[in-house]
Design a protein around this ligand. Structure first.
Ligand code: SF4
Length: 321
């Protein structure tokens, strides 16, 4: 059953330098389409500035889309006013990148977890039980040791466990996790992602996992969407894309992964030169063409490649296919 459908979504931010200068747009999200079945996890991968966080925030309607369509459980929520979004707010949640700044430093762990339940009118006795259960589920045990603590009394990993517990305590149908482990020590990233995966599958939550690190997606993702400069360049089942990446940018992201085999430490990697482009004035044609080792002269810099289904469910936007 399809939970979320996103069609040709665009989020552009106007920028004006001087009083008489023309308005330009930062095209942070520029024509993204995908569907998510109930209980699926989509990893959205891209370098910083690729538009992935704006995509997540737009889908949650924290940012207003410029055009396109967001359909959640069969209801078009793209342009409905905030006053009619209450049910959607109650069906969705977000896990933030920085577990310290996303938790109110003046509130105890108990209140941080109770707050979303108070907003939903859950009675005090039930709230207390749900808070204890949530702490147990994120393995902050015994819960009594954590209830009266403030965020500064916890380690980074413990804070992010509280962040996950807060996002999931209301049993949302859809969660956006925006770089949830990038600020944590490498040694605990896999553990936190495995915890998220087990809770996600236990409660059948549909999830969007946003990251710049394609290596971490393997712990959690069913599907993958690769973004470059606001555009989707590749999309498909996670295993297919990782085993057989088609777009030169996806290939470069995979090439850049650290190789654990010491015998390969001097291997030359095909990492594309240069930086991601400005989203105000992106390159013409294929936005990746200034960095692409396979650029087709006279075509790639002029014509934008359409997203094409190359294998069943595996899409790529590149003139090589
Ligand atoms: Fe490279 Fe051309 Fe494909 Fe873009 S369309 S990724 S420039 S080969």
């Amino acid at each position: 059953m399809t939970l979320l459908e996103v069609r040709d979504l665009r989020t552009w931010f106007p920028v004006k330098k001087g009083l008489f200068s023309p308005v330009k747009y930062v095209k942070a999200v520029d024509g993204i389409s995908f569907t998510l079945e109930k209980g699926e996890v989509l990893a959205v991968i891209g370098e910083s500035g690729s538009g992935k966080t704006t995509l997540g925030r737009t889908i949650l309607r924290l940012v207003k889309p410029t055009s396109g369509k967001i359909v959640f459980e069969g209801r078009d929520i793209t342009n409905i006013p905030e006053s009619e979004l209450r049910w959607y707010r109650f069906s969705t949640a977000m896990v933030f990148q920085d577990p310290f700044s996303s938790l109110n430093p003046y509130h105890t762990v108990q209140y941080i977890l109770e707050e979303p339940l108070i907003l939903r009118g859950v009675p005090p006795k039930e709230r207390a039980e749900l808070v204890v259960k949530a702490l147990e589920e994120v393995r902050l045990v015994p819960p009594e040791d954590f209830l009266k603590k403030y965020p500064h009394m916890l380690s980074g990993g413990q804070r992010q466990r509280v962040g996950i517990a807060r996002a999931l305590i209301t049993r949302p149908k859809f969660v956006v996790a925006d770089e949830p482990v990038s600020m944590l020590d490498v040694s605990i990233r896999a553990e936190i992602l495995s915890l998220m995966r087990s809770l996600q599958s236990k409660y059948g939550i549909t999830m969007m996992y946003i990251t710049h690190d394609i290596a971490t997606a393997k712990y959690i993702a069913d599907k993958i969407l690769v973004m470059y400069a606001g555009k989707m360049v590749e999309y498909g089942p996670f295993r297919d894309v990782i085993k057989n990446p088609l777009h030169p940018y996806t290939q470069a992201l995979i090439e850049a992964l650290p190789d654990p085999d010491p015998a390969n430490r001097f291997k030359i990697r095909k990492v594309p030169p240069g930086e991601p482009p400005s989203l105000i004035n992106p390159p013409s044609g294929c936005r990746f063409h200034p960095r692409c080792p396979y650029v087709i002269k006279g075509k790639c810099e002029k014509e934008e490649p359409p997203l094409k289904e190359v294998k069943r469910g595996h899409y790529v936007a590149c003139w090589l296919y």
